[in-house]
Every structure is written in structure tokens, then in C-alpha cells.
Design a protein around this ligand. Structure first.
Ligand code: PMP
Length: 433
């Protein structure tokens, strides 16, 4: 197959774009439609990544395109500090209408990205509580800006040579039960020891009166699509209530229907004090948010925080329409049904395919952790798998060291899912021992 155009583009990229912008595949995308992507040479790919869990309603959904075009004709940018813009307010109202529990009466701020949402939540927590410390978890990803990066702990690569990030951040282990950080053999018997380690930290190194917030991903995303055991998140809620600590849920990857519920905390009936949002929220345009208890947001004085582009009207229109589509096209139900289907299929294959060490996740946020013969993470094999899968027309990435990340658009149907799964499984069958 002729790949000259792609080769030329990659050459241009190499002389103009920094090498730190890593690519999992050599695909040069030109166009997207529904669950499909097309490269500059016209090849079609099934998208199993959704632009990193972002295109929940699929590529170029006609209603999203229409809203973007309509708003672009009216007003592209106004800046939220100069005056009021209806699309900004409507976007916040849309988020509130689907928020869990008391957050339905909350207030929020619109920003441009996930990292910025986390920065905003961090600043809010420290300001309102007037306490300097934040507790986060290992295997977490909260962004790459300096404050958010101080929380992120899914790879040492992100922090190399950057010692001296935000001070006052303390990490305890996330309950990654397949590779238990405490080497327990079953989550049923450990008594959620990871929760006990939070308590231990509060008794030994983190004075509770200095702790502003605990920030947690309800399902660890970049860390490997790790689902915590029942009791972990409710335990954190209880600790936060007991010590008047703000509980911040980072739903940037899990939010907006991805896990089969609007927000992943709903799987455990937890209501955080603040929720961080981005990714799918803008329907593909850069948009993020925090939504928190009104009493907290009301304490932040005018102009203490702000942004030029945050809540850009075009992104807001795309975002409000995206939320409508998630509800009206029953995408959460589809995510739940097809997510269970993927999990069942992969679990049934595990005995014949020992490379699949663990299958986990909720909705269309499913991870299949690949392992070597000795049980170690198959971090070299997974790179080959991603490249091979791409050459057969499926776009895939990993999370954690060696977990295949299944995060297709939530509009995917069973035939499309099977088409991609068959290709992936066919490739995994080459790794037998
Ligand atoms: N939090 C989570 C849970 C994420 O998955 C990500 C991005 N992968 C971020 C924060 C950072 O978002 P962004 O890349 O938009 O800054």
C-alpha cells in the first residue's frame, strides 16, 4: 500500500514538532465520521480510542457540527470576564442538571482542559480550606501542568528532572488489586488496606488540620483502567466527612457516560464536593470544568481566579449539544451493554489466551492487561500489538504499563465492536505459551 503522503507528513512533523509529542501509531488522520477515522490516503479505521475517551458521541456528529457552525457565525470569542454569554451559562446549567446528588445545586467554572480543571480544583480547595496539603494516589493521572503534575503518579517519566513541583502533596497507594501494592492475594481479604494507609498517613505524616483535599479518579484512567474495590470510594467519603476535607473526584476521563453512568462516582453512590471535568464534555473542542458545592464556590472572591478562553462560546455550544446527544441517543445504556459484552468475551478467552492477565472496567472504559509468561507486564508486546492492530484498520492505545484500552465512541454498535475485537483477538492469538 502506498504510504508516500504519510511518510512526507511524518518528515515534516519531525522537523517542526517536538519529539516529546509521542505517537502510538503512524496513522495520519484527515477525517472522522461516527466510529470511523480516515487517513490522508483514504484508509478507514475503526476508532477504539475516541481521541483519548473524548469523542463519546462519535466524530463529526451532525448536531455538534451544526451547533459549532451556528455559534461560529454569531460569536467565536467574547471572554467570560468581559460580559455574560448565554452558551457559557447554558453549559454550566447542563452539567448541573446531570450532576450527582447535591452538586445539582452547585456552581462551577469553565476552563480549557483537564489539567486546568484540576489546577482550578486544587486552588479552590487550598483557598477555601486555607490548608496547604492535598492527598492523591499512586497510578493516578491528573494532568501535566505543574500543579496537576504534582498529583499525577502513573509514570516517573512525567516527573523526571522536575523535582520541586507543588509542595504539600502526599500519595498513598491506589487499590490496584490485580497488582496489589501490598501483595495481598485477594481484595476480599485485605479489608481495603489502601484505605487504612490513608488513615495511617493522617496519623503519621499528613496533619488533618493541614489537609485541604483528597483527589481521586473513581476509575484510574491512564494508570490502567483500574477499578477500585467496593468500599474504597465510600471510605474516602467517610474520611473526608470526618475531618472536613474536600473530596475531589477527577471524572475527566470517566465522565459523560463513558462508564455507563453519567459520572463514575454514581456506581458507588458517592457525591464528591468538587468534580473535575473535560475530555468528552466539549464534543471534541477544548473545554473543561469544575463543579462544586455552591458554598465553596461562593467563598472565592471575584477575579481571584479566571481564564481568557475558558467557556469559549463555540466549545460551550458543542458541549451542551453533546450532553443532549448522550441522553437522547441512550449512549449510557449502550456503553453499559457493550462494555459487558467486551468484558464477557475477553474473560471467556482468558484460559486460551494467557497473555490476557486481567479484564476490568465499566461501560466502554474496559482494560485488558497483557502479561508475559512470567506474569510481568507485557510492555513490549503491547507496543507491537497496537502497531499491528493499526495496520489492520483499528486505532487502539494502551494505559498503564501494558493494558489495552477499549474506549470506543459510545455510539458504537455490536457489529462494529465485533469487527474490531476479532482483529485484536486474532493478533493476541500470535502470543501463545
Ligand atoms: N485527569 C484525567 C483523569 C485524565 O485522564 C487526563 C488526561 N488523560 C487529565 C486529567 C488531563 O487532561 P488534559 O490532557 O486535558 O489536560
Amino acid at each position: 500500500m502506498d504510504k508516500r503522503e504519510t511518510t512526507n507528513l511524518i518528515k515534516r512533523d519531525q522537523s517542526a514538532v517536538a519529539s516529546t509529542i509521542y505517537r502510538y501509531t503512524d496513522i495520519a488522520f484527515q477525517r472522522g465520521q461516527g466510529v470511523y477515522l480516515y487517513d490522508i490516503e483514504g484508509r478507514e479505521y475503526l476508532d477504539f480510542v475516541s481521541g483519548i475517551a473524548t469523542m463519546n458521541v462519535g466524530h463529526s456528529h451532525p448536531k455538534v457540527v451544526e451547533a459549532i457552525c451556528e455559534q461560529a457565525q454569531l460569536l467565536i470569542h467574547g471572554a467570560c470576564h468581559i460580559g455574560y454569554m448565554e452558551p457559557y451559562i447554558a453549559m454550566m446549567e447542563s452539567i448541573k442538571s446531570v450532576a450527582p446528588g447535591d452538586l445539582k445545586n452547585g456552581k462551577g467554572i469553565l476552563v480549557n482542559s483537564g489539567s486546568e480543571a484540576v489546577e482550578t480544583a486544587l486552588k479552590l480547595a487550598r483557598f477555601v480550606k486555607n490548608r496547604p496539603m492535598v492527598l492523591a494516589f499512586t497510578d493516578s493521572f491528573h494532568g501535566r501542568s505543574m500543579g496537576a503534575l504534582a498529583l499525577t503518579s502513573s509514570s516517573p517519566l512525567y516527573r523526571k528532572n522536575l523535582t520541586g513541583l507543588l509542595s504539600g502533596v502526599y500519595h498513598t497507594p491506589y487499590p490496584y488489586c490485580f497488582r496489589c501494592p501490598l501483595k495481598h492475594d485477594s481484595p476480599d481479604r485485605c479489608g481495603i488496606a489502601c484505605l487504612n494507609l490513608v488513615e495511617k498517613a493522617l496519623e503519621t505524616v499528613v496533619p488533618v488540620e493541614d489537609l485541604a483535599a483528597i483527589i481521586v479518579e473513581p476509575i484510574a484512567g491512564e494508570g490502567g483502567y483500574i477499578v477500585p474495590p467496593a468500599g474504597f470510594l465510600s471510605g474516602l467519603r467517610e474520611i473526608c466527612d470526618r475531618h472536613d476535607i474536600m473530596l475531589i473526584a477527577d471524572e475527566i476521563q470517566t465522565g459523560f457516560g463513558r462508564t455507563g453512568k453519567m459520572f463514575a462516582v454514581e456506581h458507588w453512590d458517592i457525591v464528591p464536593d468538587v468534580i473535575c471535568l473535560a475530555k468528552a464534555m466539549g464534543g471534541g473542542l477544548p473545554l473543561g470544568a469544575i463543579l462544586g458545592e455552591a458554598e465553596y464556590l461562593d467563598e472565592w472572591p471575584p477575579a481571584a481566579h479566571g481564564t481568557t478562553f475558558g467557556g469559549n462560546p463555540v466549545a460551550c455550544r458543542a458541549g451542551s449539544v453533546t450532553l443532549e446527544i448522550i441522553k437522547s441517543e441512550n449512549l449510557m445504556q449502550n456503553a453499559e451493554k457493550l462494555g459487558d459484552y467486551i468484558k464477557d468475551k475477553l474473560i471467556s478467552l482468558q484460559k486460551d489466551l494467557p497473555i490476557i492477565g486481567d479484564v476490568r472496567g465499566k461501560g466502554l472504559m474496559i482494560g485488558a492487561e497483557l502479561v508475559n509468561k512470567d506474569g510481568t507486564p507485557a510492555n513490549e508486546i503491547i507496543k507491537e500489538v497496537i502497531k499491528e492492530v493499526a495496520s489492520q484498520g483499528v486505532v487502539l492505545t494502551k494505559c498503564g504499563a501494558s493494558t489495552i484500552r477499549f474506549a470506543p465512541p459510545l455510539i458504537i454498535n455490536e457489529d462494529q465492536l465485533n469487527e474490531g475485537l476479532d482483529i485484536i483477538i486474532g493478533i493476541l492469538k500470535k502470543y501463545q505459551w
